[in-house]
Design a protein around this ligand. Structure first.
Ligand code: ZN
Ligand code: ZN
Length: 231
C-alpha cells in the first residue's frame, strides 16, 4: 500500500529530490561501513554513453570535476521513483568506493550488504531494499520528472535543435515498435523509397525514419508496394 504523499516535502527540482534521497540513505550506507561523499551533484539526463546505451546511470569521481564534486547521472528515460531510487542506490555504491573498484569484489561485497542483487553490472535492489526505497519514495514526495522518450523522438523524425545532422549515410535504421521486440535493421534509403518499410519477421511492417529529401522513388511500379508497406 502506498504511503500518503508528504506534501510539505515538495521538491522543485530533480536534483533536490535526488539529494534529499541521498541524505536519507546516508545513515543506512554508513551503518554498513560505506561513506557516501558529501560533495555530489545529481542529474537526470544522458550518461556519457548517450541515448543508445543500456547503462541506467553513472557516477563520475570527484577527481573528474574542477571543484571535487562527484557527478551522479540517472538516465532520463527512467521516471518511476522506485526505479530511480534503485539506480541511485547502485550509483551511490560506486560513489562510496574508489572508482577503480568498478564491479569487482569490493563493489560486490558492498552491494550485497546493501541489498542490491543480480549481476553486479546491473545490480538493483532486492526485496528488502526495495521495501526501504519504496518507503523513502513515499516520504520524498513527487519526483519532478517525467520519462524522456528519446526513442520515440528519434523514430518520429522530430528534430532536436542543435543536434548534428544524423543519417548522413544513405543507410536508414528501421525499428519494430511492437512491445518488447526491438528488432532493428538498416536499409538503404533507395529501397525505402522504392519498396517501403522492411518487415520484422515476427510483427510485420517496421517504423522507419523520414526519407532524406533528395531520395525519390526510382520508378512508378513501386507505388502499390509502397502503399502496402506504409500502413
Ligand atoms: Zn555499476
Ligand atoms: Zn518485431
Amino acid at each position: 500500500m502506498q504511503k500518503p504523499r508528504n506534501t510539505s516535502n515538495d521538491h522543485s527540482s530533480r536534483e533536490a529530490w535526488l539529494r534529499a534521497a541521498t541524505n536519507e540513505l546516508r545513515p543506512y550506507f554508513a551503518k554498513l561501513g560505506l561513506a557516501i561523499p558529501e560533495a555530489i551533484r545529481f542529474s537526470i539526463a544522458f550518461t556519457s554513453q548517450g541515448k543508445k546505451s543500456k547503462v541506467a546511470g553513472e557516477v563520475w569521481p570527484a577527481s573528474a570535476t574542477d571543484d571535487g564534486h562527484c557527478e551522479l547521472i540517472v538516465r532520463a528515460d527512467f521516471a518511476d521513483p522506485l526505479d530511480v531510487l534503485g539506480i541511485l542506490a547502485h550509483q551511490l555504491t560506486h560513489a562510496a568506493l574508489p572508482p577503480e573498484a568498478k564491479h569487482g569484489k569490493l563493489f560486490r561485497d558492498a552491494a550485497l550488504r546493501l541489498g542490491l542483487e543480480g549481476q553486479m553490472r546491473n545490480a538493483l535492489p532486492g526485496a528488502a531494499l526495495r521495501e526501504r526505497l519504496n518507503e523513502l519514495a513515499g516520504a520524498l514526495g513527487p519526483l519532478p520528472h517525467a520519462r524522456l522518450n528519446f526513442d520515440r523522438v528519434t523514430l518520429s523524425g522530430i528534430e532536436v535543435a542543435d543536434r548534428p545532422k544524423k543519417q548522413t549515410t544513405r543507410m536508414l535504421k528501421a525499428e519494430c515498435l511492437a512491445k518488447g521486440c526491438g528488432y532493428t535493421v538498416r536499409v538503404a534509403a533507395r529501397w525505402l523509397a522504392d519498396l517501403g518499410a522492411p518487415h520484422c519477421p515476427r510483427h510485420g511492417s517496421m517504423t522507419t525514419p523520414p526519407l532524406p529529401h533528395d531520395v525519390e522513388a526510382s520508378g512508378d511500379t513501386s507505388s502499390d508496394l509502397k502503399n502496402q508497406a506504409a500502413e
